[in-house]
Design a binder for this molecule. Structure first.
Ligand code: NAP
Length: 273
């Protein structure tokens, strides 16, 4: 198998990486691009970085989605299925060899910022995309959903999240937690101002995954996509609009020991067992 590691970079995670490499992957090939398996050793933040790395190192014509395995060196998180104990690592590599993993196909969100000269800058998010102004002023924007002029927003910003991102920033903004069996996109306002001039829905909106969202604004923007950000206030070009839709890129998330969403929610947000 062709594999790649991404770790949190701390000593414990690096030690686990070396142990796995020496014991379980002696006869396999460590690669920089087009891996078949990625081992993300750390927490949910490490998992996000691993998927962003995977996007940048996967060829466009690659037909078989890579499987990403989260090995947690803290507490079991939302994306991680294994703790680095002997029994669990043995289970992981046995399951890989006999092709008996439990996985879920994940398609992130894509977005593009289109400028007035029709050039664009693009990115991808596993959790969410947020749009705010560069100067921390209020954002004024027209929101178009599936080609329908929907509303004129004024407020701190907008958050567009995936199903698996629903428990991240989206949740802190009052968005709905979405069961992973539902494939959706969620649009959540960040402190929307409602007045006679600017009227918005004022509640999170859950849309089918094939929906398209366009945001038209002339403000200077900062766009975040997971842990990454794109500052657009340096550019001398004007933004025409931003589009957001589900991406064509997909990967498989190993959910073998972490497939019970209700238990995971309880453990993470209500009471740890
Ligand atoms: P980070 O430290 O990598 O992540 C922030 C926290 O969010 C960590 O505790 C992380 O878990 C957890 N997390 C990440 N994805 C999650 C998910 N899908 N469900 C539940 N928890 C999740 O921070 P970062 O590098 O700045 O940004 C990464 C993410 O942080 C963003 O995608 C955003 O969702 C989130 N964020 C949240 C807020 C907020 O809630 N107010 C504000 C900014 C950013 P681990 O400890 O296991 O890594």
């Amino acid at each position: 198998m062709k594999y790649k590691f991404i770790t949190r970079g701390d000593e414990a995670s690096e030690n686990i990486k070396n142990l796995i490499r020496d014991i379980y992957l002696k006869n396999d090939e460590e690669v920089e691009s087009n891996p078949e398996h990625v081992f993300a050793i750390g927490g949910d933040g490490t998992f996000l970085r691993a998927v962003h790395d995977l996007v940048s190192c996967t060829s466009k014509d690659c037909q078989i989605p890579c499987v990403v395995h989260g090995i947690n060196t803290g507490t079991l998180g939302f994306f991680t299925s294994y703790t680095p104990v002997k029994e669990q690592l043995e289970e992981l590599f046995n399951r890989i060899r006999i092709d008996q993993l439990c996985t879920r196909t994940i398609r992130p969100l894509s977005f593009g910022v289109v400028f007035d000269d029709n050039t664009s800058q693009q990115g991808l998010a596993i959790n969410e995309i947020t749009i705010t102004t560069a100067e921390r002023k209020t954002l004024t924007a027209k929101i178009i959903i599936d080609n329908n002029n929907f509303e004129k927003f004024k407020g701190t910003g907008l958050c567009i999240s995936t199903t698996i991102g629903s428990t991240a920033y989206n949740k802190s903004l009052g968005g709905a937690v979405v069961h992973p069996d539902l494939d959706v996109i969620q649009l959540t306002e960040m402190a929307g101002i409602n007045s006679a001039s600017y009227q918005t829905l004022s509640s999170p909106m859950v849309l089918p995954a094939d929906s398209s969202i366009e945001v038209e604004t002339s403000d200077n923007l900062v766009i975040t996509f997971d842990h990454c950000s794109m500052s657009l206030n340096q550019s001398n070009k004007k933004i025409k609009y931003i589009w957001i839709s589900q991406s064509a890129f997909e990967f498989k998330l190993d959910t073998t020991n972490n497939n019970n969403f209700i238990k995971k929610l309880k453990r993470s947000f209500i009471i740890s067992e």
